[in-house]
Write a protein that binds this ligand. Structure first.
Ligand SMILES: [Fe+2]
Ligand SMILES: [Fe+2]
Length: 479
């Protein structure tokens, strides 16, 4: 991320830890203000100890996030805001006498869908622990304190822990809103029953009223969480520029102004992008990557070609080729700039960073061989190949590697037009091997086993695609 690059890791850690001190202080002030109403005073040592415990919890959560590769500014700010909101909402319920209503599942939902499951799990436990610390502080020397009520609260907290964990497990980052609503509603209702039954285990004599109160409170906490999730998720998406399922589906819609513009200015590229999107979606699905993200990223991978569509073979319908009037060096510049131009345009339009990276990385630093050979033919002596390659970087993610493969396979199939599945398999094999020889997959975590699955998915999707097209050799060299 751009903003992260401006901060050294040490400075970033210092800023995050400072933010955690502020966060712990806000929460302590909050608890202190509510306790003042009850005229219970805290001594400085108690407040400092509780605040320090909160600081440690938030900092451990950050270290776990860093370990999981989510220490970027956006994720850290988002997780901390969601943590603060969830803790404050739960404490407000307690402060206003609703001791068993805890909208903790909000955090699990929003971080699970918008950041990462593992981060959601770590943040969930941090949140529950922080609420426990604040609860202890709130009930410290309080007339409301009874062992039975605290035992019930701890039990309710544990039921909420289970509910959050199950929600994180069941809901995928690219789940539709409807799926989230259905899955979360069933989970919340089920845990209401769990709360009801669990309340019977606390105390010597199970009290039906208490059991109902706990069961209803668990459901109420879950319902508040769901409501807050649906209200705040779009806000988080916009503010933090996230690639959630709904946002991605919006981007894949044919109403998308940028897609409409691509269709008008570069119809050949538009059709190419649609097929690459279908291939990428399927390939991502078979290796467990986000298929909606792959589809959206593939739809916009060549958006930079809108700048000068006539320089790309798929848009040359009238036989005119502007490269005939250019020296090879100038042609290469016109061709290769579409990756950077696309990334710049998507960045200006506020697209998610994953989609921008696909536009930038889908050719890696591959050679634009046709113009290199053309230049060699008119140059005396040897010629450096470095000036005749894409600017890179190589694909950094599995999805970008998939788009690179789908891109070349789609173009090749339309020109070579293999007539049997065997021929198509051989063609896709050859293309992927070429990219491996060029070491294009060296910087992304895709495995050989996954590449095999991707190739199979590419073949399966392309089986029905046959278009009239100029010879692939010409196309490949001019892409
Ligand atoms: Fe491209
Ligand atoms: Fe392409």
């Amino acid at each position: 991320m751009e903003k992260d690059n401006r901060l050294t890791p040490v400075l970033r850690h210092v800023l995050v830890f400072a933010a955690h001190i502020v966060l712990a202080t806000i929460l302590m002030t909050f608890v202190f203000a509510f306790r003042s109403v009850h005229d219970v005073r805290f001594d400085f040592v108690t407040l400092f100890t509780a605040g320090f415990m909160l600081f440690c919890l938030f900092s451990v959560n950050y270290l776990v996030m860093a370990h999981l590769g989510h220490s970027d500014v956006t994720s850290v700010i988002m997780v901390n805001i969601a943590l603060l909101l969830t803790i404050v909402a739960s404490l407000l319920c307690i402060f206003f006498g609703q001791f068993y209503v805890m909208p903790i599942a909000f955090l699990a939902l929003i971080i699970g869908t918008d950041v990462d499951k593992h981060v959601a799990l770590a943040s969930h436990f941090t949140c529950v622990s922080a609420i426990a610390v604040c609860m202890v502080l709130f009930f410290y020397q309080s007339p409301d304190f009874t062992f039975a009520s605290v035992a019930l609260q701890i039990m309710t907290l544990l039921v909420n822990v289970g509910m959050g964990c199950l929600l994180i497990f069941l809901i995928r980052p690219y789940s539709s809103r409807l799926r989230v609503l259905i899955v979360a509603s069933i989970t919340v209702l089920s845990f209401g029953v769990v709360g009801f039954v669990s309340a019977a285990t606390v105390g010597a004599h199970p009290d039906v009223m208490t059991m109902v109160t706990v069961g209803v409170s668990v459901i109420l906490g879950g319902a508040i969480s769901l409501f807050a999730y649906f209200c705040l998720s779009p806000v988080f998406e916009r503010v933090f520029n996230l690639d959630t399922g709904l946002r991605l589906m919006e981007l894949c819609s044919f109403d998308q102004p940028l897609l409409k513009e691509l269709e008008e200015k570069a119809p050949g590229t538009y059709n190419h992008s649609l097929t690459v999107a279908n291939i990428s979606e399927r390939a991502a699905y078979v290796i467990g990557e986000n298929p909606v993200l792959a589809k959206a990223a593939a739809l916009f991978h060549d958006i930079g070609k809108m700048e000068n569509p006539e320089f790309f073979t798929e848009n040359q319908t009238d036989g005119y080729n502007p490269h005939d009037e250019l020296i090879p060096e100038a042609s290469v510049k016109m061709i290769t700039r579409h990756t950077e131009a696309g990334a710049k345009l998507l960045d200006e339009k506020g697209f998610p960073k994953e989609i921008i990276s696909a536009a930038l990385q889908h050719h890696g630093d591959s050679s634009v061989g046709y113009f290199y050979h053309k230049a060699q033919n008119i140059t005396e002596g040897s010629l450096e190949e470095t000036g005749y390659t894409y600017l890179g970087p190589k694909p950094q993610t599995k999805i970008n590697a998939i788009i690179m493969i789908a891109d070349i396979a789609e173009a090749a199939t339309r020109s070579v037009r293999p007539s049997t599945r065997e021929e198509l398999v051989a063609l896709v094999d050859k293309l992927v091997q070429q990219k491996m020889n060029e070491r294009q997959f060296d910087e992304c975590p895709i495995t050989i086993a996954e590449l095999t699955k991707v190739k199979e998915a590419v073949v399966n999707t392309l089986m029905g695609v046959h278009h009239e097209r100029i010879a692939y050799n010409t196309l490949d060299k001019k892409k």
